[in-house]
Write a protein that binds this ligand. Structure first.
Ligand SMILES: C[S@@+](CC[C@H](N)C(=O)[O-])C[C@H]1O[C@@H](n2cnc3c(N)ncnc32)[C@H](O)[C@@H]1O
Ligand code: SF4
Length: 238
């Protein structure tokens, strides 16, 4: 949820960038700080990337010193799963002290660690992924993480603003979206809706929806959706 101050800050930034094009400032900056991930999502296959790479803390600090970054630049820390970055603690400590205008994104699969980090280094906003009800979570993310998301919401909702991130994809439904919106209302937290996209960094594969898969045989599917043939044998539950 945005307030009047957010709109004013964004308006002033826009004016600055239009009037002084050689001194532009960024409104937001997202660090895809690591490709390490402990989930097995179907809509994001960053976890298949080899080798595992991390942006070193020193590089992040160097980037943060760029002239295009101001104290109003909202910085997002994600990946992959940010907490799996080997310098996660040091990076969070640096931001808490030097640039508190940062946000943290997580899949909640290590709930105690996340809750501890949020309490110690409170982000401006905590984004938690939730793509549907319990069974959908397991199906779309390949891990049984639903209860962990609820655990983090309950532990952190009075400490920092929380947004649930729902991604509509071939692996969930509009009913799942309704479920997540209702859950957000129940806990009086915000919800953001995203739509699945074929994104190179996430190693995505343009998989057709289950209804199409059921109607085609493997050869036809491999021709129409060439990248699908690489992972179709691994998708057994359609
Ligand atoms: C890349 S994840 C990183 C943070 C953390 N690992 C998580 O899952 O929340 C950030 C958000 O991007 C979404 N996402 C992943 N792959 C996507 C895709 N192919 N299209 C659109 N959104 C995607 C995820 O569902 C998640 O809400
Ligand atoms: S969406 Fe998040 S949790 Fe899922 S694979 Fe991508 S980075 Fe990992």
């Amino acid at each position: 949820m945005y307030d009047v101050k957010d709109y004013l800050t964004r308006g002033l930034l826009f004016a600055n960038n239009a009037l002084f094009p050689r001194h532009k400032k960024l409104a937001t900056l997202m660090f895809y700080s690591t490709n390490a991930c402990n989930s097995r999502c179907k809509h994001c296959r960053v976890w298949t990337q080899q080798p595992t790479v991390h942006i070193p803390k020193d590089k992040i600090v160097e980037i943060m010193k760029s002239r295009c970054i101001s104290k109003n630049t909202t910085v997002g820390l994600e990946g992959g799963e940010f907490l799996l970055h080997p310098e996660a603690e040091e990076i969070l400590a640096w931001f808490a002290q030097n640039h508190p205008n940062f946000e943290l994104l997580s899949n909640c699969l290590t709930p105690q660690r996340l809750i501890g980090s949020v309490k110690k280094y409170p982000p401006k906003r905590l984004y938690l992924s939730l793509d549907g009800e319990r069974k959908t979570y397991l199906y779309m993310r390949g891990r049984d993480g639903f209860d962990k998301v609820i655990q983090v919401i309950k532990a952190c909702k009075d400490a920092v603003p929380i947004s649930l991130m729902f991604t509509l994809s071939p692996f969930n439904s509009l009913e799942d979206m309704e479920f997540v919106v209702d859950l957000a209302k129940q806990y009086n937290i915000d919800v953001r809706i995203g739509i699945y996209n074929d994104i190179a960094f996430f190693n995505t594969v343009d998989i057709p929806p289950p209804s199409i898969i059921k109607k085609m045989n493997f050869t036809t599917l491999s021709t129409v959706f060439p990248k699908t043939s690489k992972i179709l044998p691994k998708i057994t539950t359609f």
